[in-house]
Design a protein around this ligand. Structure first.
Ligand code: ADP
Length: 477
């Protein structure tokens, strides 16, 4: 089975969030199941640097009036073939892939078009996918192009990693993107008078997926449907939620090169060393008995971090500590800075993006907080589980599917892995902080049991890859 994944991020070279992690791990897991998975990304400078010897395997001609574009082909160190859409005018730019220079619609329209073109025509070695698998809005128009071009086409899958980002642009972009006028209708890419990239995929892909079973249900409702709930509900027979996994080669407490020492479910003493080093690194009081809460996150409204800010005093009052790594919303950045200033030795933050520090935090903390308002899957709580750090999460999306709340029943059954709360309010979070601190301080043995249960969870990519294989088989036999 031949599958082409088209996306805008790829760990470790171009990563903004979870999307990069998924593309960095899923194709490889699929290949170990015998699926011939390949990747397509824009030829960003970071990728051109990593793959300088990529060979030309296709010419697409002029791409949306931005000059001629071609496809390059190479292999990742793990052996996954990777195509780069080489369109220098659009992609040869430094910085984040989403930095908007006023032409994002052309950049990602071109990526969508390039994906559709390669999937339809194949490369110069006659490799052609049976399935084009698109990820998020940046590739959402690919199934729309294939639809409007007509003729023979591969099967298509659209995966929603976050429904809140849809790629909305004014009607005028349609002609710029070489889509026909007829695309601008309800049964096309039109959305409240705008062009909606993601809707193109949701409307025209053969199958739709999202990254957890609970989120697959939630997005069919008004509250989390972001205006597309009607369409998603309508297509519910084609929609499935497949949980993301953890790349055990990257996120392992016994192997990560970023940790001061290693540990495992059987030998956990190294975790205390990681905690102490983290307290040193963040200039927190070096107290083993103080529960250390952590956050590694984009600072966005979605993530519910305002609820944590509202609880800083409360947390400090409980004798706990807080270490945060994140970047994003300036108001949240300023809020955490101020909290750290006010509670020196108890609260500390690093504003920025730091992959290695993320590992050290996940290993050194006692609790990782993910109080999201919505969460398609969430990866950090899975990394926390692997690192013996108890996740404290809101019951939504993938968080609901992956963390089992500590209570009498779950403890008796040996299933508890963390702390879960319902309402997105500061009070609800505050009560859960109380619970977590009391459990940490008074039930050390039980805490260890929960840690070990978490560390033994199997959230491998293999399970996810099997889920996608089943889906593909339903499409192409
Ligand atoms: P999202 O994709 O919504 O940002 P996920 O939990 O699915 O959330 O994935 C987030 C990924 O980005 C994780 O790998 C996490 O470790 C990483 N991450 C987020 N913020 C930072 C940061 N400031 N520094 C390093 N890694 C980060």
């Amino acid at each position: 089975m031949r599958v082409l994944h088209a996306a805008a991020e790829l760990f470790p070279w171009v990563k903004v969030g979870g999307l990069g992690d998924v593309l960095g791990a899923l194709p490889q897991a699929q290949r170990s199941l015998g699926i011939k998975a390949r990747l397509l990304l824009p030829a960003y400078p970071a990728l051109k640097k990593v793959f300088p010897a990529a060979s030309v395997v296709g010419e697409i001609g002029d791409l949306l009036g931005t000059g001629s574009a071609r496809f390059l082909l190479d292999r990742t160190p793990e052996g996954v073939p990777i195509y780069l859409l080489d369109a220098p005018y659009l992609f040869d730019r430094p910085g984040s892939p989403y930095e908007d220079a006023g032409d994002s619609e052309v950049r990602f329209g071109a990526l969508s078009l390039g994906a559709a073109w390669l999937a339809k025509h194949g490369d110069s070695h006659h490799w052609k996918p049976e399935i084009l698998h698109c990820h998020d809005w940046q590739t959402g128009l690919a199934p729309a192009y294939l639809h409007y071009w007509g003729g023979v086409r591969p099967a298509t899958v659209m995966t929603v990693h976050n429904l809140a980002y849809q790629g909305l642009y004014s009607r005028e972009v349609l002609s710029r993107l070489a889509l026909p006028d007829e695309a601008f209708q309800m049964a096309g890419v039109e959305f409240h008078g705008l062009v909606n990239f993601l809707k193109g995929g949701l409307q025209f892909a053969d199958r739709l997926t999202t990254v957890s079973p609970t989120y697959a249900q939630e997005i069919q409702g008004v509250e989390l449907g972001c205006g597309l709930d009607g369409l998603l509900h309508h297509r519910r027979q084609d929609l499935v939620g497949i949980l993301n996994g953890v790349d055990g080669h990257v996120w392992s407490p016994s192997a990560s090169p970023h940790l001061p020492t290693h540990y495992s479910a059987q030998h956990r003493s190294g975790k205390m060393v990681c905690k102490n080093r983290l307290q040193q690194e963040f200039h927190l009081v070096e107290a083993a008995e103080a529960p250390l809460f952590a956050v590694v996150s984009r600072l966005a409204t979605q993530k519910g971090l305002d609820l944590i800010l509202a609880n800083v005093e409360h947390l400090v009052g409980l004798g706990a500590q807080l270490a945060l790594l994140g970047a994003g919303d300036p108001a949240l950045e300023a809020g955490f800075h101020a909290a750290a200033h006010h509670h020196r030795g108890r609260v500390a933050c690093r504003i920025g993006y730091d992959e290695a520090l993320a590992h050290r935090i996940l290993a050194g903390a006692d609790v990782l907080m993910v109080p999201s308002r919505f969460e398609p899957c969430g990866l950090t709580q899975l990394y926390a589980l692997a690192y013996g750090t108890l996740p404290l999460v809101r019951r939504t999306g993938g968080l609901a599917d992956t963390v089992v709340d500590v209570n009498t029943t779950s403890m008796d059954e040996g299933k508890a892995t963390g702390f879960v709360f319902e309402e997105a309010t500061a009070e609800a979070l505050g009560q859960t902080l109380d619970r977590a601190c009391a459990f940490f301080t008074h039930r050390a043995k039980d805490w260890e049991k929960v840690q070990v249960t978490g560390m033994k969870q199997d959230f491998s990519w293999r399970a996810s890859a099997k889920g996608y294989l089943e889906l593909y088989q339903g499409l192409v036999g």
